[in-house]
Design a binder for this molecule. Structure first.
Ligand SMILES: [Zn+2]
Ligand SMILES: [Zn+2]
Length: 414
């Protein structure tokens, strides 16, 4: 067989050719028939893994990682790592794969840019978000074991997965964070512990020397502020039970997270929900306070947020915080944003007025206490005037039933 005598150089060329042609099967055969040095480089100092990432081929990248390719191996002439190439390719799943194999997110190329910064530069926002929000599970391991003189871990081990999910969330709208907090099992019952762990993680991110990550430090800080606010709501509701004066509070719910979400959503009527300048008053105040309380005042992220918020006619604090964590987006498609949680591409509309959109029924339900006052006003005349019998689909029926149930809930809660 001619191939059996292939020299090492020929073999390496063959590997790069197969990757170049996205020939997954050919590469697989090649790798299984020869003892291949997987850490070889081409004339630009690019390894096969870096090249596969440059091509945005996740399948080949996976194959090379399975063969033992070092995810952080870098001899590239401009110091682009596999993650830099993955981020530039625009494939968020590929970035996830590399990070789950230990790719360093703080590595910089020869012009001092990280992978996330390069992704932002070319407008690959999903990659920016995925990289900026990635947290290795090992970071949590530390907290589920007793450290130093402690007899108990800071985080009960059974909460590790829930907590990991909570801190990795990409949508950092405060309402969405509160919703996730509720969905991640066990967290609501351990708020004080979660709060302490988040504060400790914030500190750790800022004391990692060359790997210091201020974006992550700010995110932990922000999440800890949300948790603290929910604890405050919990205490307030507790006090309200026993105090007649507090029972007149306008927000009628006994669930602390729901109470917090309603506070976040409330706004005065002049503050128009359909404009880019929409700033629910309490939400704005809470987020500005969160930024102000970030203890690392020398950090770039702190200075930038403060400068933006202090400018004339500043954007909403929610968009400033979100941009700081997930990178600036060039266009915000207001018409596709969930009015409850700020999620992108929310495509369910209020079936009555068709003027507001939500991710799902849960977001609609949470917004109903406000929207019920506006729904009729927002209803478009053309719809009111049609004489056709309105066709109500199953989804609408559920929405209506939900709305009614919600009304009843409000009436019966003490
Ligand atoms: Zn939503
Ligand atoms: Zn409506």
């Amino acid at each position: 067989m001619a191939t059996a005598t292939m020299s090492e150089i020929e073999l390496q060329k063959e590997i790069f050719d197969k990757i170049s042609n996205n020939d997954t099967i050919g590469l697989k055969t090649l790798l299984s028939s020869f003892k291949v040095k997987i850490q070889c480089v081409d004339e630009h100092g690019m390894s096969p893994l870096q090249y596969a990432c440059f091509k945005g081929n996740k399948e080949i990248a996976q194959m090379l990682l399975d063969q033992g390719a070092d995810v952080n191996f870098c001899q590239h002439e401009h110091a682009y790592t596999a993650l830099h190439f993955g981020a530039l390719s625009g494939d968020a799943d590929l970035c996830n794969l590399l990070m789950s194999h230990g790719a360093k997110i703080t590595s910089k190329n020869s012009v001092g840019r990280t992978a996330a910064q390069m992704a932002a530069f070319v407008g690959n926002h999903s990659c920016v978000s995925v990289i900026n929000n990635y947290i290795p599970i090992a970071d949590i391991d530390y907290y589920i074991k007793p450290q130093g003189l402690r007899t108990e871990p800071m985080l009960p081990p059974h909460l590790a997965d829930s907590f990991h999910k909570f801190i990795m969330q990409v949508n950092v709208h405060p309402v969405r964070i509160a919703m996730t907090l509720q969905k991640c099992l066990g967290l609501v019952d351990n708020l004080e512990k979660i709060h302490k762990v988040l504060e400790s993680m914030r500190q750790r991110e800022m004391t990692r020397g060359a790997d210091t990550n201020e974006v992550m430090a700010f995110k932990y800080h922000y999440l800890s502020c949300v948790v603290q606010e929910v604890i405050k709501c919990q205490k307030l509701l507790e006090a309200r039970k026993n105090d007649n004066n507090l029972q007149n509070d306008k927000i009628k719910t006994t669930d602390p997270i729901e109470f917090f979400i309603r506070k976040l959503l409330k706004h005065n009527s002049k503050n128009d929900i359909k404009t880019l300048n929409f700033k629910p008053e309490y939400q704005e105040l809470f987020l500005r306070e969160t930024v102000r309380e970030f203890p690392f005042r020398e950090s770039t992220i702190f200075r930038q947020m403060v400068a933006t918020l202090a400018g004339t006619d500043p954007p909403s604090a929610s968009s400033v915080v979100s941009a700081a964590i997930n990178g600036q987006r060039a266009f915000v498609e207001l018409s596709q944003m969930c009015v409850t949680c700020g999620e992108d591409k929310a495509n369910k509309k209020c079936s009555k007025c068709k003027a507001v959109q939500y991710c799902d029924r849960e977001c609609q339900r949470l917004h109903w206490f406000l929207h019920k006052k506006e729904c009729t006003r927002l209803e478009q005349p053309s719809i009111v005037q049609t004489n056709n019998t309105k066709i109500i689909d199953a989804d609408d029926k559920i929405k209506i039933a939900d709305a009614i149930k919600h009304e009843i809930d409000n009436l019966t809660i003490k």
